[in-house]
Design a protein around this ligand. Structure first.
Ligand code: ADP
Ligand code: ZN
Length: 680
């Protein structure tokens, strides 16, 4: 494992394993059959890429998505790992190069689409090249009951038997049935060493908001994250188009995506999103499978998803690189009605409908939660956790009240009017508003008429929405959405149970958008300069930006401002190969740009010492390779220059004592520096 740790930093540039990775890497490298279930973004790829480097022979990686295979191969090549792919997307030249590399014994990883397994020559090929490990990505594609079923995955078990090598299977889908199927089909029923990593995605901030001018809410959310890649999920195709247009109008790069589009147009959006930095895709749920962009910084739901599973999957596309990501889910009474209706009017058998209502209820419970959302989300997946500190309710606990009496009043109004009305009319009755409809039906004579005058209308709307959210009442699609009481409400009606409600979740947005920047104001200009450099390199190499460096690497660069390659090498995500390839270019962005002011220099801004600092720096630049330009490269750090400017030593012996100077640098620069200081 020591070697694994070395490769982790020298090849991948990571200083430590993510939770669970070390154990999986050890098992796979050791040649044990393994099944690893990790959440999206958990860092699966590393769990077969690193063992591939540790093992003799070639690791064959079977993956269902051609575009993703190609990106992984590129990313590996960038890191100096010999990898190739055999897919239908290859050019003839590419395929030939892969075969040449295989024949020379150069390749460590061979990616392959499952379709290849159908061809007779494949087994012979894999035998000839010395395959020593099979890695199966998205292993749940072997499940015939799942919606990602790929018939060719069924050939993998046979391949494993024929090659008689260990197999490592990876998936993010954890349910027990799928797991059993994977074991049956890939491992002939012999349970492999299994790793189940939790569902938590701690870097994703969770947030919900009640709809209140939803378009404005989405635009504000995007405005605060300008330039960051994001997805907006919408309930309808039409809305994806209008919302994308609205975002463009506000100056964002945005496009829409839905299943009604021409396949070529859809692919174009997918490719753009994958490659571009800062694009927003406004999409229906059709935008999902095949999105493997690690640096999606936010996901917003303009409409409520259909279940807690769908919600988890959709927000899970954000922040796979482990850097902070944010989510916002909007919902309102219409969403609840729409989702209930969808289930009720669907063609599924009654039993299935019941289960679908339960999944929707779980999501509504999350939406109406009164304390930590992550805790509640994880509880749904049978995981226990403390308050997370990274959700809207941990940020700002909501105001709550004992809603038992209010709910009982509302239920009474519903029952006394024969479960035939929607919220508007019921609220009229409760607040004692004698509208024409109320009078016509004699509802102003009901004992419940006016019993809710103590609360304003808006508050009653929040109560009804939360009653729907807690599944105490359901809109009846057969009676124009009139509310019916559910069994769950009975204990409250009978005064056997109490309920806590949120006072009003509609909070007016603070004036002016709060910009959620990835770095502090000070570092922001440097970060955008680094991103521009990355974009240029990515475009030249025709790879996605993150293949050059992930966001986190650039953020760390902007924050720590390495001054030389040694310091650069310590940054997360920079392995030896990438340091060699890109280190100097990014270093020149950090150190070379005159517009970029180093914090040490900034501290002197507006002071006489600032001017001295600049002159010291200029003098130093003349002498980095000595007076004749052939000496060893030497330079002082910004903080050393700052100390010199502030302390203003007047002799060589004072100079040499300044932290960071020492003999060599004093000899090189001392005289020039003293001249400046004595002149000042
Ligand atoms: P998934 O499990 O969804 O396939 P990936 O393998 O694509 O996830 O990894 C997600 C991201 O996490 C990638 O950007 C990868 O570079 C990064 N990553 C993986 N392992 C580590 C690690 N040990 N330290 C830092 N980043 C890591
Ligand atoms: Zn929380």
């Amino acid at each position: 494992m020591q070697r694994a740790g070395e490769l982790l930093s020298s090849v991948f540039g990571f200083s430590s394993f993510r939770p669970g990775q070390a154990e999986i890497v050890a098992a796979v490298a050791d040649g044990r059959n393994t099944l690893a279930i990790m959440p999206t973004g958990g860092g699966k790829s590393l769990c077969f890429q690193l063992p591939a480097l540790l093992r003799e022979g070639v690791t064959v990686v079977i993956s269902p998505l051609i575009a993703l295979m190609r990106d992984q191969v590129r990313a590996l090549s960038e890191a100096g790992v010999a990898a190739g792919a055999l897919t239908s997307g290859n050019t003839e030249d590419e395929t030939e190069e892969v075969f040449r590399a295989l024949d020379d014994g150069r390749l460590k990883l061979l990616y392959m689409a499952p379709e290849r397994l159908a061809s007779g020559g494949t087994l012979t090929l894999l035998r000839r090249i010395g395959t020593s490990l099979i890695a199966v990505d998205e292993a749940h594609c072997v499940s015939q009951w799942g919606h990602d079923f790929r018939p060719d995955y069924l050939r993998i078990g046979e391949l494993r038997r024929a090659l008689n090598v260990p197999l490592a299977a990876f998936t993010a889908t954890a349910d027990a049935e799928t797991r059993e199927e994977i074991v049956a089909r890939l491992f002939d029923g012999h349970v492999p060493e299994t790793f189940l990593r939790g569902f938590d995605r701690p870097n994703i901030h969770l947030g919900f908001a009640v709809k209140d001018q939803p378009r404005r809410q989405i635009l504000a959310f995007a405005a605060a994250r300008r330039g960051q890649s994001g997805i907006v999920y919408c309930g309808t195709r039409a809305k994806t188009e209008t919302l994308a247009a609205a975002l463009r109008e506000e100056g964002h790069a945005a496009c829409h995506y839905h299943a009604g589009m021409d396949p070529d147009d859809r692919r174009a959006v997918e490719t753009r999103f994958q490659r571009e930095d800062g694009l927003i895709v406004v999409a229906t749920v059709a935008f999902g499978m095949g999105i493997d962009k690690p640096d999606i910084r936010w996901v917003a739901h303009a409409d409520l998803p259909k279940s807690i599973e769908a919600y988890y999957q959709e927000i899970g596309r954000a922040g796979r690189d482990g850097s902070p990501a944010e989510t916002l889910t909007l919902y309102g009474p219409d969403d609840i009605r729409f989702r209930r209706g969808q289930i009720d009017e669907g063609l599924a058998p009654a039993e299935r409908k019941g289960a679908d209502h339960a999944r929707l209820n779980a999501l509504l419970g999350l939406a109406e939660a009164t304390c930590c959302r992550r805790r509640r989300l994880l509880a749904y997946f049978d995981e226990t956790a403390g308050p997370c500190g990274n959700c809207d309710l941990c940020d700002t606990p909501p105001e709550v009240f004992d809603g038992t009496q209010a709910v009982r009043k509302a239920l009474s109004a519903i029952l006394r009017t024969g479960e035939s009305y929607g919220a508007g009319h019921l609220i009229d009755i409760l607040t004692g508003s004698a509208t024409e409809k109320v009078r016509q039906r004699g509802h102003d004579d009901l004992p419940t008429f006016g019993v809710g005058r103590d609360m304003p209308r808006g508050q009653w709307q929040a109560v009804f929405r939360q009653m729907m959210g807690h599944d105490l009442i359901r809109p009846d699609p057969e009676r124009h959405g009139a509310f019916r009481m559910t069994e769950a409400a009975r204990p409250i009606l009978r005064d056997e149970a109490t309920i806590t409600l949120r006072r009003d979740t509609i909070r007016k947005a603070a004036t002016g958008p709060v910009i959620r920047a990835l770095v502090s104001d000070e570092d922001a200009p440097l970060l955008s300069a680094l991103k521009a450099k990355r974009r240029a390199l990515a475009e030249a190499a025709r790879v996605p930006a993150y293949v050059i460096f992930p966001d986190r690497t650039l953020i760390e660069m902007a924050e720590t401002r390495p001054e030389n390659l040694d310091q650069m090498a310590r940054i997360t995500g920079i392995g030896a190969k990438k340091l060699e390839r890109y280190g100097a270019e990014f270093l020149s962005v950090i150190c070379g740009s005159v517009a970029m002011v180093h914090p040490s220099r900034r501290k002197l801004a507006g002071r006489a010492e600032g001017d001295v600092f600049d002159r010291l720096q200029a003098a130093q630049a003349e002498l980095v390779r000595g007076a004749d330009g052939t000496g060893k490269y030497l330079s002082c750090t910004h903080s050393t220059l700052r100390k010199i400017a502030e302390l203003s030593p007047r002799t060589m012996s004072d100079m040499v004592r300044i932290g960071g100077m020492g003999e060599q640098k004093t000899e090189r620069f001392g005289a020039a520096f003293l001249e400046i200081l004595n002149a000042g």
